[in-house]
Write a protein that binds this ligand. Structure first.
Ligand code: EPZ
Length: 432
């Protein structure tokens, strides 16, 4: 098992370039299932979740080849079956987009229930509600979602919960449905707009993505296109928070600053200095950060995927911070690992109270999921001494070369494999 070893205390300085958005890539790739031509998707992050999804695409017959590490050519004309139940499908959450895409294309889909980070119950009832409204029969048998329809007819669907996955999945299934489908109470995340933009470029007729009412008018066919996905707002936010916690001066490049507004506002409240350009944000930390309160919510609210990282940051700020997790039922499971580094947090249900001013010290910890792992990295960067973080395969799911990017900013971080120990790593810069 690989680990990260971090010797904390360095102020991060310099530029970091952000990759394409994981949560856009994992939606755009399944969307190409519906194309009658060849698609090229650019700016994909080189991360585990994308690799797993490409394996799942190959399993159903798609011809996929990497033009380079961030660009893939997908020929879906060779897809010869609507059944996706292999291991790659079970590993990631976003494999559920194959249900909407295969149902849209074949009017049939059999896809294993998705995997993904464990935040407690992660239902897909709203996805199923949408598929049924379009005329599909849906059942779950032996851990497989089985959907089939004689025909798919446009319908009005009101989501009981603002759901990114359900919004995108219904958009996919409705693309070829007869007539108009209206999704109300739709999620508005940037990756929903990105997926709708790809589909429209292919020939779909989708209006209103990015608002809470999306209208899809069925079309007959989608052509192959070349498409570049948006930058990753969560990767960008993770590096902005890393700059803040180390009192550093970091410019996060190749981003859409608008997507960062909720975090930018919070970092400013905490007395960071923020400078925004067309495609970058510069964060200058402050040795006297003050605490703030966070309530996560669907976009454009504060993103739940930056909640663990903010818990780490609030631990060293002055004062008491309160984080309310309004999206997931149980997304504080990582707190015990943060406490090993000296964070002082108490959790009651959906609310975490963070006592600021903690003096963080290095320890051995384990990542419990993707963004929790990122939070441990962030805390370790500010901790005095050596931290070893295990289970970093979680982190590799969503961050491309995180250790290289942090090292380029001056962090003392190395990846160690099974069996080697950090003490004998000669190239690791010694720190006090
Ligand atoms: C997407 O998950 C992201 N994953 C998550 O990011 C992110 O936390 C989440 O959106 C919220 O922004 C991907 O895009 C692959 P939801 P998703 O459906 O689509 C409830 C990361 O770290 N719900 O918007 O699964 C659900 O329980 C990951 O990159 C239902 O009740 O999230 C939750 O409380 C972690 N029924 C809320 O809605 C449903 O049918 C939001 O979930 C679907 C969802």
């Amino acid at each position: 098992m690989e680990s990260f070893v971090i010797n904390g205390g360095q102020r991060l300085k310099g530029d970091v370039f952000i990759n394409g958005a994981k949560n856009a890539g994992v939606a755009v790739i399944p969307a190409t299932v519906m194309s009658s031509g060849v698609c090229v998707i650019d700016n994909l992050p080189n991360i585990e979740d994308i690799t797993s999804l490409i394996e799942a695409m190959r399993d159903i017959g798609a011809k996929c080849s990497f033009r380079d590490e961030h660009s893939i050519i997908i020929d879906s004309r060779s897809i010869n079956n609507y059944i996706a139940i292999g291991e790659p499908v079970r590993k990631i959450r976003a494999s559920y987009y194959l249900i909407g895409a295969l149902l849209g294309r074949f009017k049939k889909a059999e896809v294993a229930l998705p995997g993904g980070c464990n935040f407690g119950n992660r239902p897909i009832d709203q996805h199923i509600k949408g598929f049924k409204a379009l005329g599909a029969e849906v059942m779950i048998e032996n851990g497989i979602v089985k959907a089939h329809a004689k025909e798919l007819i446009g319908a009005n669907i009101y989501l009981d919960v603002v759901s990114v996955g359900a919004t995108i999945n219904i958009m996919l299934a409705a693309t070829f449905a007869e007539g108009q489908t209206v999704i109300e109470n739709a999620a508005k995340e940037p990756h929903i707009i990105d997926t709708a933009n790809l589909l429209n470029m292919m020939g779909a007729n989708i209006k209103g993505a990015g608002t809470d009412v999306i209208r899809i008018t069925g079309v007959k066919e989608l052509k192959g296109v070349e498409y570049t996905i948006i930058p990753d707002q969560i990767e960008a936010g993770t590096y902005m928070i890393a700059a803040a916690i180390t009192g550093g001066d970091v410019t996060v490049k190749n981003i859409i600053p608008k997507h960062m507004d909720p975090l930018t506002a919070k970092l400013s409240e905490m007395h960071c200095s923020i400078f925004e350009g067309d495609d970058f944000i510069r964060v200058v930390g402050n040795s006297e950060l003050i605490s703030t309160n966070i309530k996560t919510s669907a976009y454009p609210g504060f993103p739940t995927d930056l909640q663990p990282q903010m818990t780490a940051l609030l631990s060293i700020a002055k004062g008491t911070g309160v984080i309310t997790e309004n999206v997931w039922e149980n997304r504080f499971q990582y707190i015990d690992e943060l406490k090993r580094l000296g964070c002082q947090v108490t959790v009651e249900g959906k609310v975490a109270v963070i006592e600021g001013g903690a003096k963080l010290t290095g320890s051995k910890v384990n990542a419990t999921d993707l963004r929790a792992g990122a939070a441990l990295v962030i805390a370790a960067l500010a901790a005095h001494g050596r931290t070893e973080i295990g289970n970093i395969r979680f982190i590799d799911r969503g961050y491309e070369s995180i250790e290289k990017k942090l090292a380029s900013l001056g962090a003392n971080i190395v990846r160690i494999g099974e069996g080697s120990t950090s003490e004998n790593i000669s190239f690791m810069k010694k720190t006090v």
